[in-house]
Design a protein around this ligand. Structure first.
Ligand SMILES: [Zn+2]
Length: 593
């Protein structure tokens, strides 16, 4: 089976007629859009007509730019050094920033309109975009002058976005020196990181040591990039009048502080349960002082069963079928039509992601598949993102962007389906292995994410005053890991360079890209409970719930499923499910000993 994706459905090459003519159309439409906004948003007569026209033009432009930009973005994710991709991406970013002026004009237009509600109710098309328009109105308080907005948007291309690019190049081209079987090798970072899942204990430790050592080559440059990005974020957030970058992230995530605090309260209460798990895993592997970092991902139990890519496909499709045919068919189709790039190779970025391409109603998934059960779960996860895209593609493209904390809901839900199906057909040894792998992932999403949240909060606090050195960043990371992992991990073997490794810290427009994962997991778990209670009803409601995630704030999205996210109890309920799994794991360990 082909493990590389096909992008032909987007474009066949940069030189193709279609790409070049779309580029030209984009240029023309952009110019005409900017001109139209300039002319029409000066006065308020016929406001309803103007808003409709604006939205229609924006929809056209967004679709076109999404296609034009996704293509080079996907290419550069598998070929970090592809010059054409980088060039076009850069060109388009510059081009697209011209739209800022019109955005600002429109935002100011909406902000000064007294009767927005009446206007929205004047047509079905405007009603469809009611949330989009009201959201703009709510955010006008953070808007700067037209000139400042344009300047910021242009400067970001040479500021934070340039730093992001640098970090991306550093990390995706980093080669790690490692000695394997007496032979000195230079291997790409994703290959080394994958060794953390290897059965061979010595190799796991060796890979960890080699990985840490390799970061020294890029730590100074990474720190410069990080300081540059976070410094810019702080300046702009302050100018806009946000209390802090976290405040800005919450606001853009359509999530309120009450929800975040309710979740953090519950998480802190449940950390000791996770510590128990880490210690037990440590004991199982022969450690007395807690688990060393390099064995967090060590395989446990007898499900070291590996999957071919074809088997992974069959396994996922079969288990998705227990939820619905629609989900199963979606996944099968994604494999069949080569929507997935699963082969690890040099120059390709690590980890996994899914890109939903609204204009062509398709998705593309990047993964680094090496045959482990955890890789199968990752594929299920990314396919969940794709399914979210499938449900939302019927909406206008302006209603298709869901907030970060909701972004992980469908993906984790799909993981849970496959995990629970796998558990139900496994014997005790396999159960131990599957449960362990599941708790391992939950530990990443709850405990490690909590450490990343603490790290980033501290980083922002200090960056307000000065640029941080590599040593200081390392120290903050270690402190954050100690707080989150408690005595679960051996404090002599933590991971000071996680801030170099994780790309999430380097997105200037997505700060605190950590707590949304925890929210996603706990929200998804809560949903899963509801699914178990009434499967037929849930399956019917689920699609329309996913579909509406791009046009509601989180409190309201949750309400659609009768969930109150302001209450720590909701999150405690989800954590309780994980606690049960941990208890079952502890029990299985005793049985098998
Ligand atoms: Zn995800």
């Amino acid at each position: 089976m082909d493990m590389k994706w096909s992008l032909n459905e987007l474009y066949t090459s940069f030189d193709s007629k279609k790409y070049q003519s779309d580029l030209k159309t984009f240029d023309e439409k952009m110019e005409s859009f900017v001109h139209w906004a300039e002319e029409n948003l000066k006065s308020f007569e016929e406001a309803d007509k103007k808003i409709s026209q604006y939205l229609n033009r924006l929809i056209e432009l967004s679709s076109l730019s999404s296609k034009l930009m996704t293509y080079p973005r996907l290419i550069s994710s598998v070929e970090a050094k592809n010059e054409m991709a980088l060039k076009y991406l850069d060109k388009l970013q510059v081009k697209y920033s011209e739209i800022t002026k019109s955005y600002v004009q429109f935002e100011k237009f909406i902000g000064s309109l007294d009767d927005l509600d009446r206007v929205i109710n004047s047509s079905e098309f405007l009603k469809e975009h009611s949330f989009y328009l009201n959201n703009i109105k709510d955010h006008t308080q953070y808007l700067l002058s037209e000139k400042e907005e344009i300047l910021i948007s242009k400067m970001k291309n040479t500021g934070s976005k340039a730093w992001t690019k640098l970090q991306n190049i550093l990390i995706s081209t980093l080669l790690v020196d490692i000695e394997i079987d007496g032979e000195l090798k230079q291997l790409p970072l994703p290959v080394i990181r994958n060794m953390a899942h290897n059965k061979d204990k010595d190799l796991r430790k060796k890979a960890y040591e080699a990985e840490l050592k390799s970061y020294r080559k890029i730590a100074e440059s990474s720190a410069a990039a990080l300081n540059g990005i976070k410094g810019e974020v702080i300046s702009i957030a302050g100018m806009r009048g946000y209390k802090s970058p976290l405040d800005e992230t919450l606001s853009k995530s359509r999530m309120d502080e009450e929800t975040l605090n309710a979740m953090l309260t519950a998480i802190k209460e449940y950390l000791p349960i996770f510590h128990k798990y880490y210690r037990k895993k440590g004991e199982l592997l022969g450690y007395e002082n807690g688990l060393p970092f390099y064995d967090i991902f060590a395989p446990v139990g007898k499900m070291s069963k590996s999957f071919t890519y074809k088997e992974a496909r069959e396994y996922i499709v079969k288990n998705f079928k227990t939820f619905s045919d629609k989900l199963a068919n979606f996944a099968d189709n994604a494999f069949e039509n080569r929507w997935i790039d699963a082969e690890p190779r040099e120059g390709k970025r690590g980890g996994a992601f899914c890109s939903n391409i609204h204009p062509i109603k398709e998705s593309r998934i990047l993964a680094n598949f090496n045959g482990s059960f955890s890789n199968v779960i990752t594929l299920a996860h990314e396919l969940g993102h794709g399914y979210h895209g499938l449900c939302i593609q019927e909406e206008s493209i302006l209603n298709s962007r869901y907030p970060m904390p909701i972004a992980e809901t469908a993906s984790i839900f799909c993981e849970t389906i496959v995990m629970n199906a796998a558990l139900s057909e496994a014997d005790e040894e396999e159960q131990l292995s599957i449960l362990e792998s599941y708790i391992q992932d939950a530990g990443q999403v709850i405990v490690d994410i909590y450490s990343r949240f603490l790290f980033e909060k501290e980083l922002f606090e200090r960056r307000k005053e000065y640029s941080l050195s590599v040593n200081e960043l390392n120290r903050i990371m270690i402190e954050a890991q100690k707080k989150a992992y408690g005595n679960g991990l051996d404090h002599n073997y933590l991971h000071p360079y996680m801030w170099v490794n994780k790309p999430h810290y380097y997105y200037g427009e997505r700060n605190f890209y950590n707590f949304p994962y925890a929210f996603g997991l706990l929200f998804s778990k809560g949903l899963y409970l509801k699914y178990l209670n009434n499967k037929d009803k849930f399956v019917k409601e689920y699609d329309s719930f996913l579909r509406s995630t791009g046009k509601n704030n989180i409190v309201d999205i949750a309400k659609l499923m009768d969930i109150d996210v302001h209450s720590p109890d909701f999150f405690r309920g989800s954590l309780k499910l994980i606690e049960k799994d941990i208890e079952k794991f502890l029990e299985l360990v005793e049985n098998i000993k």
